[in-house]
Design a protein around this ligand. Structure first.
Ligand code: OGA
Ligand code: MN
Length: 325
């Protein structure tokens, strides 16, 4: 069933009918058998850079799925969307973070990918980047994390995820690994479950920017019929417990977004800590922002942040590796 749906939504010719895709922008048309509104305790919460005030957040639980999957409808301000886009393209893509293009030796030791793409308007090189891993590096073959294969987890991404986690009531979450996926109009992500992390109770936070994805959310086996859901720029998905073990994937990217990252509202420019200023200066300058905005018009960026260690654990040991396989 999962495969069939995947093929259906992936198809170019004929293109899929999108009438049955769950659309949280039209939450009023959805029933209690599809979504449940979740209230969050946030009166005393401070606003954080890049986010709308949490009292305005729309948080939904997707009902017909194992465990609990939360969908938060774009809580980011446009400057927030721009900030994370710039970070993913210009900064997280740098060494020593790992990327899929490392293997091709396309970027000389003293150069950086984004800079090279810009200098020669190298669209081919630009489209080659498909993923970056941060913190404990995801091992795509073995799916096992190790203490020997670990980089620094970015402070800003850690602070942002901890803020979201605290608002949603996950007070013990610790961001330790992230995968950034870069999708273009013909990219897909096939059905999988996220089971590499030891503590499956810990939530997995997923942030998306750019073009719209059709996200397929299935059940515990590939025989369950999946629910298709639109994920738009700024939307956030949180998977925990059994929902991490539900098959999911992205069969299609649709170029249908209005530009959620425009225009910049003056209120967006408050609460900027000094560490953020340099990148914010790029975001608010039309000429400097342009190459990033251009990239987003035919791409989607998805950051997903995971906890690797169990609560109280300081480091991985080799027995853990054996456990996970
Ligand atoms: C993943 C994933 C989904 C997305 O990287 O594990 O499921 O929305 N990404 O891109
Ligand atoms: Mn996943």
């Amino acid at each position: 069933m999962f495969k069939q749906s995947f093929k259906y939504y992936k198809s170019k010719n004929p293109p899929p009918n999108l009438d049955n895709v769950l659309d949280l922008n039209k939450s009023n048309d959805l029933t209690e058998f599809q979504i449940k509104k979740v209230s969050i305790k946030c009166e005393e919460r401070k606003k954080m850079f890049g986010f709308k005030h949490p009292k305005t957040w729309e948080v939904y639980e997707i009902v017909d799925t194992p465990g609990s999957l939360l969908f938060i409808r774009n809580p980011f301000t446009s400057i927030g969307q721009r900030y994370w886009t710039v970070k993913c393209l210009q900064d997280y893509s740098k060494k020593p973070n790992k990327t899929n293009i490392d293997a091709f030796n396309l970027v000389p030791e003293n150069k950086e990918w984004w800079e090279m793409c810009q200098n020669n308007n190298n669209v081919l090189l630009m489209n080659k980047l498909r993923w970056v891993t941060l913190g404990y590096h995801h091992n795509w073959d073995t799916k096992v994390y190790s203490e020997e294969d670990k980089g620094k987890f970015p402070k800003d991404l850690s602070d942002m995820t901890l803020y979201v986690a605290s608002i949603l009531g996950y007070t013990n979450f610790s961001p330790e690994a992230a995968i950034v996926n870069y999708y273009h109009m013909d990219s897909t992500l096939s059905g999988h479950t996220d089971h590499s992390e030891k503590d499956l109770e810990a939530p997995l936070f997923s942030f998306s920017f750019g073009q719209t994805a059709i996200f397929l959310l299935g059940g515990n086996t590939k025989d369950d019929k999946p629910t298709p859901i639109f994920i738009r720029s700024g939307d956030m998905v949180v998977m925990s417990k059994e929902s991490r073990l539900a098959y999911h994937g992205v069969p299609k990217i649709l170029q249908i977004d209005s530009r959620y990252w425009d225009p910049i509202d003056e209120n967006d420019l408050c609460y900027i800590g000094k560490d953020y200023r340099e990148v914010v200066n790029i975001c608010k300058d039309d000429a400097l922002w342009k190459p990033f905005g251009d990239y987003l018009t035919y791409s989607r960026i998805n950051i997903n942040v995971r906890q690797v260690l169990s609560r109280g654990q300081k480091r991985l040991n080799s027995e853990d590796a054996e456990d996970v396989t």
